[in-house]
Design a protein around this ligand. Structure first.
Ligand code: OOG
Ligand code: MG
Length: 294
């Protein structure tokens, strides 16, 4: 596909998000391959940056068997996160829940068909030049969640579709940071307070609850056997794309369980043993911030 056609695909996805109208798979109508799809993804991000958004990190997709089975796809992909996709934290204390962050009310009514899934989140204390270097560069880890909102009807897509659609990214939230020793308080890092400790994150049990009821459980080992493997893949893919992981960026390592639908008024808590809880409070029903465009 030529550059004009790729820009056209970026337009289609942007319009789908802003009009809250899902579209059919691009691959049914266009000869879109994976390389072209990543260029379309990047065009969407370039447009966000041109509108004043800042790249905040990357997200990995299809790193767990539960997600692969849910979506019928088997290759690891990645997408790019911006600061406008961050769900703001309202407080670092949730009554009765030790080590938890609570979000501001999050408007879901501006999204098409949002879902939420539990994630492990890494933070880079400095720029990372390779996969090995990225492991050393991580200064904090947290439990978190990702809000997905595919711009495709019924979340039906082939790999190039979902890549072009920035891996269905719509939003993300982060629980309390756990600082790793050595590079605590790295300059430029996000300002969330952390607890100095070295949690072992390779096999943590994780739960996703909606309105106080546990709806999904899993282990962080679902992420490629170990979330650190996902971080390494993220660094490799980012370097290949000429977008090395930068100081202060985050990496969402990949959904641990299947994603569940997100509805107005829902209170979603994602809890990981040793890492604490990230609580997402959906607004009863009000327009979401202008963060739904891919
Ligand atoms: C694609 C995004 C996959 C993950 O964590 O595996 C993803 C989708 O499920 O629509 O974010
Ligand atoms: Mg995800």
């Amino acid at each position: 596909m030529d550059a004009n056609s790729e820009a056209e695909l970026a337009d289609i996805l942007q319009r789908a998000a802003s009009s809250r109208t899902a579209v059919g798979k691009l691959t049914d109508r266009y000869p879109l391959d994976l390389d072209g799809a990543y260029r379309v993804q990047r065009l969407g991000i370039d447009r966000r940056v041109a509108r004043g958004e800042r790249i905040a990190g990357v997200k990995m997709g299809f790193t767990s068997k539960a997600k692969m089975a849910q979506m019928g796809l088997h290759d690891v992909i990645w997408g790019i996160l911006t600061d406008a996709m961050a769900v703001p934290v309202a407080s670092y204390a949730v009554p009765g829940v030790p080590g938890a962050t609570r979000s501001d009310p999050y408007g879901v009514s501006g999204l098409i068909h949002p879902k939420v899934e539990p994630e492990i989140v890494f933070r880079l204390g400095r720029r990372a030049s390779s996969a090995d270097d990225a492991v050393a560069a991580v200064d904090a880890v947290a439990v978190g969640y990702e809000i997905l909102d595919s711009r495709f009807e019924n979340y039906k897509f082939a790999l190039p579709d979902v890549v072009a659609d920035n891996a269905s990214a719509a939003g993300y939230g982060i629980g309390p940071w756990h600082l790793l020793p050595g590079i605590e308080g790295a300059p430029g890092a996000p300002s969330a307070p952390g607890t100095p400790s070295t949690p072992e994150i390779s096999d943590l049990s994780v739960t996703l609850a909606v309105n106080g009821e546990t709806v999904k459980t899993g282990s962080s080992a679902a992420i490629l056997g170990d979330p650190w493997e996902s971080l390494r893949s993220a660094a490799r893919l980012a370097a290949e794309a000429g977008l090395p992981l930068e100081e202060g960026w985050i990496v969402l390592a990949g959904g641990i369980t299947e994603a569940v639908p997100l509805t107005p008024g829902a209170v979603v808590t994602v809890t990981a043993e040793a890492l604490g809880t990230a609580e997402l409070r959906c607004a009863p029903s009000c327009p979401s911030p202008a963060s739904s465009a891919p």
